[in-house]
Design a protein around this ligand. Structure first.
Ligand SMILES: [Zn+2]
Length: 271
């Protein structure tokens, strides 16, 4: 006789958490770009990759879904790397999809390991055991969070107060609705920094810049801004750029140049 649980599990790709989540030939959980960058900015890209550990197979998703925005922030890593070079700022980015674990979510958020993303069910995340969940935290989330914390401690040891800037992209259409913004600035306590960026970007003709849009920051749903910035009393924001605008090299260069100008102006002003 089969239990209802076992029936449910048949169509869920399973990984035995006593086995490694990452094979020896797979990338580490995160990477650092321009680690010695001298600018007073720490760049983060928490949704940089759509890679899934081989041990999780396709997570029960079609190849189309694994390429889509639900898996990663399209164009965000290229933009973050552009900013890292043009500002000379260190960049920490994740090597695995937010569908495996979302490094910009607190452990208690339902979207930390999402069972549904927008309207798509993520079969590999259904009814995870505590051991499976803990393995993803230990192997992917904690190493990234700790590395970022260590870099912030290095800034502090050098008596520098960096700006913490997460680089993200958003989908032009969400739940069937067209979004009006080309970019948005999301923030919690860093009101001055955020508003100066919004004003500067908005002064460019033709740009509609979201003020805590398309998302808001909330400690129950966010990690980077509340934990790495606000809790340390560092100015922190997330940059959100509509992903079709940074889908190719020309778009990345244009937005990279624009954001470099305005970020530099912000931190030069504050010194
Ligand atoms: Zn994102």
């Amino acid at each position: 006789m089969t239990s209802p649980m076992a029936i449910k599990d048949i169509d869920r790709p399973r990984h035995d958490p006593s086995q490694p989540l990452l094979a020896i030939d797979e990338p580490p959980p995160y990477a650092v770009f321009n680690p010695d960058g001298a600018a007073p900015i720490l760049l983060l890209c928490e949704h940089a990759s759509n890679r899934i550990p081989r041990a999780l197979g396709d997570m029960g998703l079609s190849s189309h879904d694994r390429q889509r925005h639900i898996a990663w922030d399209i164009g965000a890593l290229a933009l973050a790397q552009h900013l890292s070079l043009s500002l000379d700022a260190p960049l920490f980015f994740t090597n695995y999809s937010r569908l495996v674990i979302d490094c910009n979510r607190p452990l208690s958020a339902p979207s930390f390991i999402p069972e549904v993303s927008e309207t798509t069910e993520i079969p590999a995340n259904r009814d995870l055991s505590q051991a499976e969940r803990q393995q993803r935290i230990d192997m992917l989330f904690t190493p990234f969070a700790k590395a970022v914390t260590r870099r912030l401690e290095l800034f502090e040891a050098r008596r520098e107060r960096p700006f913490v800037v997460g680089v993200h992209s958003f989908t032009p259409v969400y739940f069937g609705r067209q979004r009006p913004w080309q970019a948005g600035i999301l923030y919690g306590e860093a009101v001055d920094f955020a508003r100066s960026l919004i004003r500067a970007l908005g002064s460019e003709s033709g740009l509609t810049i979201g003020d805590n849009e398309p998302y808001t920051i909330h400690p129950d749903e966010d990690y980077t801004v509340p934990v790495h910035a606000d809790a340390r009393k560092l100015p922190g924001v997330l940059l959100e750029v509509r992903h079709d605008l940074i889908g190719d090299a020309a778009g990345v260069a244009a937005w990279g140049e624009r954001l470099t100008r305005h970020l530099k102006a912000s931190y030069t002003k504050s010194r």
